[in-house]
Design a protein. Structure first.
Length: 278
């Protein structure tokens, strides 16, 4: 008769599912670790703007040009209407120049001075560096827009405007500026020359702006069929922004601007990564 097996039996514990709170905490910790380098680059770039006359010059030029276009060209007081349409109407053409001018130094200056190699050797991925620099430039534009808020107060004092339409205009203007900055940042990552980056960015931004203007649409309509003209207008920054300042805040327009920003930031990451390897 065989002896009974006296070895202790192994007990297997059923693995309990991880508590949702602990899993959420781990995810938030990972997200914070990924966002922290973006904040470092953002603060470094924003401080660089205000450490030099660049931020002050940009803000002054933005306010002066806005005032001239709003009151002189847009005939703000002569219209006799309590709205900010003359103020927002020229923003696409204003950002067409100021956006590339602000973005042209983002990466071209890094390449020219050789600091891009130092930046990419830090514990910062190209995507984090691109996002941090873009957000700093976008924040500077937001500051410039914030300085124009007294115009909103003035319109509210002089009449009874639709404040929802004005708020939509400011939101649309900020998204519009982000699109121009993203295009300019991608152009800046192509080479070392800021002048070349500015010219490329202005040309690309003009291609995204002009098809929405009435003269260009009329000219294209005389030479091209409507099936080709309409898609060009659909991609126009100006046409989509014109709908927003009229109070038509369509989610498709916001998705369009968000997608444009994301697409050109993706191109920016590819260009920076290729430049870093070379």
């Amino acid at each position: 008769m065989m002896a009974a097996d006296r070895r202790p039996k192994t007990r297997y514990r059923r693995r309990l599912p991880e508590p949702a709170g602990r899993r959420l905490g781990r995810d938030l910790t990972g997200l914070a670790a990924a966002v922290r380098p973006v904040g470092v680059v953002f603060r470094r770039e924003l401080a660089g703007y205000f450490a030099t006359p660049l931020a002050l010059v940009f803000l002054v030029i933005f306010l002066i040009l806005n005032g001239i276009l709003t009151f002189q060209v847009g005939a703000f007081f002569e219209r006799g209407r309590a709205d900010l349409v003359p103020f927002f109407r020229f923003h696409p053409w204003l950002y067409l120049l100021l956006g590339p001018a602000l973005a042209m130094r983002l990466w071209a200056e890094e390449r020219r001075s050789g600091t891009i190699e130092v930046l990419l050797t830090l514990p910062v991925t190209p995507a984090q560096a691109v996002l941090g620099k873009f957000l700093a430039a976008w924040c500077l534009v937001a500051c410039a827009l914030a300085l124009t808020l007294p115009m909103w107060l003035t319109v509210g004092y002089l009449g009874e405007p639709d404040h929802g339409v004005i708020l939509a205009g400011y939101l649309g203007s900020l998204m519009l500026a982000g699109a121009y900055l993203a295009v300019g940042a991608a152009a800046s990552a192509i080479g070392r020359s800021q002048v070349v980056a500015f010219i490329l960015a202005v040309a690309a931004c003009f291609a995204f702006t002009a098809p929405g203007s009435s003269p260009v649409l009329g000219f294209l309509g005389d030479w091209l069929p409507a099936t080709l003209v309409e898609p060009l207008a659909w991609f126009s920054f100006e046409a989509r922004f014109a709908a927003i300042i009229r109070g038509v805040l369509d989610a498709r327009d916001l998705v369009f601007f968000t997608g444009t920003i994301a697409l050109f930031l993706f191109f920016n990451v590819l260009l920076v990564s290729a430049g870093g390897r070379s």
